[in-house]
Design a binder for this molecule. Sequence first.
Ligand code: IVH
Length: 697
Amino acid sequence: MTDFPAPSASPADQILTLRAQLHHHAHCYYVLDAPEITDAQYDRLFQELQALEQQHPEWVTPDSPTQRVGGVVLAAFAPVRHAVPMLSIRTETDTEASGAHAFDARVRKALGLADTDPAVVYVAEPKFDGLALSLRYQDGVLVQAATRGDGEVGEDVTQNIRTIGQVPLRLPAGVPAVLEVRGEVYIRRDDFEVLNERQRQRIAQGIKGEKTFVNPRNAAAGAVRQLDPGIAAQRPLSFFAYGVGEVTGAVAPWQTQWELLQALRGWGFPVTELAQRCAGAEELVAHHQKIGALRDALPFDIDGVVYKVDRLDWQRELGFVTREPRWAVAHKYPAQEQTTRVLAIDVQVGRTGKLTPVAKLEPVFVGGVTVTNATLHNELEVQRKDVRVGDSVIVRRAGDVIPEVVAVVAHSNDPTPQARSAIFQMPTRCPVCASAVVREEGEADHRCTGGLFCPAQRKQAILHYAQRRAQDIEGLGEKLVDQLVEGGVIRALPDLYRLGLMALAQLDRMAEKSASNLLQALEHSKQTTLARFIFGLGIRHVGEATAKELARHFGRLDALMEAPEEALLAVHDIGPVVAHSVRTFFEQPHNREVIEQLRACGVTWPEHDGAAPHAPAAGPQPLAGKTLVLTGTLPTLTRDEAQAMIEAAGGKVSGSVSKKTAWVVAGAEAGSKLAKAEALGIAVLDEAGLRALLQAF
Ligand code: IVH
């Protein structure tokens, strides 16, 4: 279904064809997670439809994929009375097996079953930790989405729900004339992490009114009840269907909850794969345990398992008491949020030099494990949440994500602000190596500047130095570096050149042959270039291209090491952030020592007296001043070869697409960079196009 409609078709037919194609591909992408076309192809179809609808606004219908975005900012949500009330579920707080047995016993008794009757069949589904939603379809078209509210009256949030790709805007032919689908809107854990990281960045950039979200459920609730649908559209909402409300105009084609789930899936709704039919209490317990074991690894939060009597006639017979059906129960898992006390706030240094404040906690059982440490992310977050030693705080642990302190619990009997301990401040020296700590303008994180020397960053420094584009030490990979550093064989970078065959051959898995190969590679790497050496130092913001500019400009390492910021700013393409970072790096005595030791070990490169900024290289420079981006796999050229050709022609190669990019060269399996280029209207070339470009001048 990737073809454009035949141009001879009438515009109305073209619109219908495009919509059908877009509906199909949205389902493949959002629900099945199995796209059949690229994002760029989807965008082309979408834009084609948009253009046609702009020419014929009278043909725009609410189920058109173009209507997922936009909408007007509301003053308030309109109330919606639910045709069928949205019930709540009785919770079984007893997280042990007895919870399931008690429920099964109640159901059997209410149905008047004897001990000799067969086991009751249930459907066990995850209890998603989001918020309940009712989607109303008339003649297969989504006409209204409403929150649960008090169960009788909810709010009309249709505009916001339309932005969720997983919610079908139209259903296949043959569905009941009125169909209300009930389910849960939620935010995936990974989407939540990205969302909160983005929020932390915005806070660091000083954007007013921004905050981080406590958990995915709150973020989802905020998005659903967002009056500006433009903002709601930026929140990564997902959806699972698990039930129905009003159904009219056809005999419902199901007799059980299980068949209902299959029907919903068949109509294009996302339905969990984790639902299972269970006969009797024992199978419920086994399922509860199975899902409990999977819980941390799931991509979304769940807070329990819902057991539902499978037969719908029995559900009707059982009915409900005070808004809670007698045919369902929620069997919980340990809570993912708990309160505890902050004993201290430590600072940890990560392998890239990032400093993270970490709360040391009175041990607390959260999300199934005992937690004693929780991240506070960065200084701004600690100060914004005003977390201090001695405070009671809410700790959240969900999945494999590091536990975090999400908020301080306000207590009426808290000491007065003056009596509380001091507000947290990041140290000005690295707690591991005592190098200077910096935070760049607009950045959330503090960093240690002793990259070459800091023990916390040792492994990263060695791997960066050894990589192909730096000293190219073949055979020195992550596992070996782990062994060398953890075994105390290497403490600092220069120790690499002091390795002996004996020490190496004694390491796990290190055969004598590969040990001597590594020694050879190390010896070989001593003859390098200034650009590679500078890149290998791992100075923040100094990538390969910048290292080349610095080498070309200064010619000698000493000249670079002594250069004041003004001199650095004179280098082509170097701005204040990079200049400051380079200066700070070389100001750290420990970094200088390491460089001296490397030279003493025999690491050397040809030097010259420096070049005028941007001295022309030999040959014509048709691409001077142009930046290109390479993405995907080219048919014959390797990335390095393509880059070398571009650089020989005076051009630069950058890792990211921006408005300044002159061309994007795309090969097979080009991803987001290609999409971005297309979005920004930047010219895209293939390999042949690149070759033509280089010859055209
Ligand atoms: S069925 C019993 N199924 O739990 C009929 N609800 O306390 C009503 N929920 O607000 C709901 N996962 O948002 C049902 N698989 C699931 C669910 C589920 C989460 C939520 C729902 C509702 C609450 C009921």
